[in-house]
Design a protein. Structure first.
Length: 387
């Protein structure tokens, strides 16, 4: 992927513009002319680095070049600097979106269990990327729903990692709060950047934060945001472009989503709590590198399953069990806190094989909030609306 230098270049431009202003204030025409010329050069580099804003930055560069030449020839009688902002309209939104870009290193092998949801998502991703007859249209909107902590974000990251795709991890709630009133422009910028950086996975967490706003208490800005998102998804359904942009959304409360939003996510994948077999896999993943030969993993898994543990809570359980072992083997850890980093690097943490007692102690500290009634609600919704 090409290196994006737009941030450093803008930073250098601002420094050059400040130096220009300072030279002008001191009446130093030669220095002012030199800094104006530097501004022009940096803007030309920005034009080359940001193809979709090439003309904007090139025009700005020409104005700074003219200013530098005029100051050199006529002195400081010219205007202080070219009029207008150096940032094109909407660039603030693009900057925010580009700051969310990541390349996921998560693979399908990093997910313990969830074999059926994983298979469904794998099929969806593979078909979307392959050459296919025009009559075969892949899903462009996929909804992942289920209890909190079951691995929805991890699945989205694995989908991006398998494709080596650009990954946008967006919290709907943060989008609404950060750019309240202008969130629809942020969504439009999101898909503009995603198309440029394709193949791309757009993952929208807390999707219900957007769809809840469609109710009677909604405001116009929130309705526009959701409408923009849905129209963007519709747009990718109708395009014949070979560039791949998939939208994955996650929600813990699918019943709160309105029908307009649900209709755009025709592929709906239920992400349930792990069964006992999946719980064993999750424990093994989260204790990798440690000796678990003395632990009855099946017994631990059964207790997790009976206690309605999510994958996240099983990971917390393993962490707590490991800490039980660490504290027993290293009772004086806190006394080492005055040591420097280099001194601590010279010491080795004592470990031992994990025991059933480590997990039993941990089980008493982890209290999953999910009830059987709530779990039944997910099953009923999956039966009624799941895809």
């Amino acid at each position: 992927m090409p290196v994006d230098l737009s941030g450093p270049l803008r930073s250098e431009f601002e420094k050059a513009r400040e130096a220009y202003e300072k030279a002008r204030g001191e009446g130093n025409s030669q220095r002012a002319s030199e800094q104006a010329a530097k501004c022009a050069r940096l803007l030309r580099l920005l034009a080359d680095n940001i193809p979709h804003e090439h003309r904007f930055y090139l025009d700005k560069s020409k104005k700074w070049e003219d200013l530098a030449r005029s100051i050199k020839e006529k002195g400081l009688r010219e205007p202080r600097e070219p009029e207008g902002d150096v940032r094109p309209p909407g660039l603030e939104f693009r900057d925010y979106i580009e700051g969310l870009i990541s390349i996921s290193e998560v693979t399908w092998a990093d997910i313990g269990g969830l074999e059926e949801p994983k298979r469904l998502l794998q099929e969806t991703v593979v078909i979307a990327a392959m050459k296919r007859p025009e009559a075969i249209k892949p899903w462009t909107g996929i909804l992942l729903y289920g209890p909190p902590g079951t691995g929805k974000t991890l699945l989205a990251a694995a989908a991006a990692g398998s494709l080596k795709a650009t990954f946008f991890n967006i919290s709907a709630d943060k989008v609404l709060s950060k750019y309240f009133g202008e969130s629809s422009r942020l969504i439009a910028a999101l898909y503009e950047v995603a198309l440029e950086r394709s193949p791309a996975i757009v993952f929208i967490d807390e999707m219900d934060a957007l769809t809840l706003s469609r109710g009677g208490d909604s405001n116009e800005a929130s309705r526009r945001t959701l409408s923009t998102l849905l129209s963007q998804i519709d747009g990718f359904k109708s395009k014949k472009s070979q560039r791949l942009v998939l939208t994955l959304a996650a929600t813990n409360t699918p019943w709160d989503m309105d029908t307009a939003a649900l209709s755009r996510f025709s592929r709906r994948i239920h992400i349930p709590l792990p069964g006992a077999g999946d719980a064993v896999k999750i424990v093994k993943l989260n204790t990798s590198g440690l000796d678990t030969s003395q632990v009855d993993l099946n017994s631990v898994a059964r207790e997790c399953h009976a206690g309605l543990f999510s994958g996240r809570e099983i990971a917390y359980l393993c962490q707590e069990a490991v800490w039980n072992m660490i504290r027993q083997e290293n009772p004086n850890l806190a006394q080492l806190s005055p040591l420097s980093f280099d001194e601590l690097r010279g010491k080795t943490l004592k470990t031992r094989a994990l025991k059933n007692s480590d997990f039993h102690a941990a089980l008493g500290k982890i209290k999953p909030p999910l009830s059987q009634a709530r779990l039944a609600k997910y099953s009923q919704w999956a039966s009624d609306f799941g895809g």
